[in-house]
Ligand binder design. Structure first.
Ligand code: PLP
Length: 433
């Protein structure tokens, strides 16, 4: 059948330039003869068009703001504020829901929320849980914009914020018992020192004191660490990184198995407008198809590179949670990262920050860029990017030595990356002092 013939059928069905509205059409699996027009197309209702008897393997991108209403929709709007119905995309959208279901699956949870960014996930969760007069006990080693939220925005809302070293387990327990925070917050694996928070120990103390534990699991990823299984109440993630995995979308996620809390956070996402765009959610969904395969390869390469680079002249220190010389090696790494030690790797090179910066410029496989979690290896120096607003002394106090290089290992392969780092170290050896 030619295109014009098809078009003629279409015009006949709809009789008229755009045609009168056809009877309500719902997707159906009823068999249709080959060559027959599958659905009566009503040009006034293009969203009802479905051109095949079969179903797509990949979820469609529902790039629509709004959905046709029926009695069920009105019932949900009137009884639950439209929280469960697919009626307006700031509330719910099938493509966003598909991505959220996959994040939940990775955490072994019943549900997740996918958000506009990692910061939308973090800010919305904390503002949902905290009230003026509450205390938040938080790690000192958090992502820069989270740090701004803790230093500026939450205190401005009347929330007291107390800080503690992520790896100081006795300190967490003592502060929880004495300061009685409403919420305890930390990152499972910190940036760039790659220190671990002992989530089971902190969760136990938090729950005994009636506090909730929220953790950012962006660096560790659910491939290595499943915080809900370790006792955390809420996991927040920059899905921009390893979850989406291709450096092509900014998106976030919140996961909790507490349904009431999930809905509370969802309500704030709706009122603060932190919803994800359907196309962004699709890219997250697509990236997560290969999450396990990507992380298996990237973690293996990171571990191998850590051991090789530790032997290189010019490398003063290699920080990787899978190595015996890591500060949290033993019980904490065993509990927090039982199967794989992640795809993040930190080096300290001889010659300080200037040599580290020159070394990044000399790379030809790894890319000098901030962010992490893509298929390409990304290299950055905290002194001029993530931690530029600290003095050298403040960086030292935070465990960031001069010459620190942060690497997010991608999929280029161990040999190509090792050769690249070797030649960059070699090319800058004069600067090693
Ligand atoms: N948490 C961590 C640990 C991060 O590294 C980042 C961003 O780099 C964020 C949160 C914020 O995520 P997003 O950029 O998706 O808002």
């Amino acid at each position: 059948m030619t295109t014009s013939r098809l078009f003629a059928d279409h015009v006949t069905i709809n009789s008229g330039p755009l045609g009168p509205p056809s009877p309500k059409f719902r997707w159906s699996r009823a068999p249709v003869a080959y060559g027959a027009r599958v659905t009566p197309v009503n040009p006034y209702r293009p969203g009802r068009t479905h051109t095949s008897r079969t179903f797509p393997v990949v979820p469609p991108i529902y790039q629509t703001t709004t959905f046709e209403l029926d009695e069920t929709s009105y019932a949900d709007i009137q009884s639950a504020g439209g929280l469960h119905e697919t009626w307006y995309s700031r509330f719910n959208n099938p493509t966003v829901d598909a991505a959220a279901a996959d994040v939940a699956r990775l955490h072994g949870a019943r549900q997740s929320l996918v958000t506009a960014s990692g910061m939308a996930a973090i800010a919305t969760t904390l503002v949902t849980l905290l009230r003026s007069g509450d205390t938040l006990l938080a790690s000192k080693q958090v992502y820069g914009d989270t740090d701004d939220l803790l230093r500026r925005d939450l205190p401005a809302l009347g929330i007291e914020v107390i800080r503690i070293d992520a790896f100081d387990t006795d300190g967490w327990i003592h502060q929880i018992r004495t300061r009685r925070p409403a919420v305890v917050y930390g990152e499972t694996l910190s940036n760039p020192a790659l220190r671990l928070m002992d989530v089971p120990a902190v969760a136990q103390a938090a729950h005994a004191a009636g506090a909730r534990l929220v953790v950012d699991n962006t660096f560790a990823t659910p491939f290595c660490t499943k915080p809900l299984e370790l006792g955390a109440d809420v996991v927040v993630e920059s899905a921009t990184k390893f979850l989406a995995g291709h450096s092509d979308v900014v998106v976030g996620a919140v996961t909790t198995d507490d349904l009431a809390l999930h809905e509370e956070i969802q309500r704030r996402l709706i009122t603060f407008g932190g919803c994800a765009d359907p196309h962004a959610a699709f890219l997250l969904w697509r990236g997560m198809r290969t999450f396990r395969v990507r992380l298996t390869e990237a973690c293996r390469t990171a571990g191998a590179l850590a051991d090789q680079l530790a032997k290189e002249p010019g490398v003063r220190e290699v920080v990787y949670p899978g190595r015996d010389d890591h500060a949290d090696a033993g019980a904490v790494v065993g509990r927090m990262m039982p199967g794989a030690a992640g795809a993040m790797l930190t080096l300290v090179v001889e010659g300080g920050d200037q040599r580290a910066a020159a070394m990044l410029r000399a790379l030809s496989v790894a890319v000098e860029a901030t962010s992490l979690g893509g298929v390409e290896t990304l290299a950055s120096t905290p002194f001029n990017s993530s931690h530029f607003n600290m003095t050298g002394e403040e960086r030292l106090a935070a465990g960031i030595q001069p010459g620190t290089v942060r690497l997010s290992i991608g999929l280029e392969g161990e040999d190509a990356l090792l050769e690249d780092f070797r030649q960059a170290l070699d090319a800058t050896s004069d600067a090693a002092g």
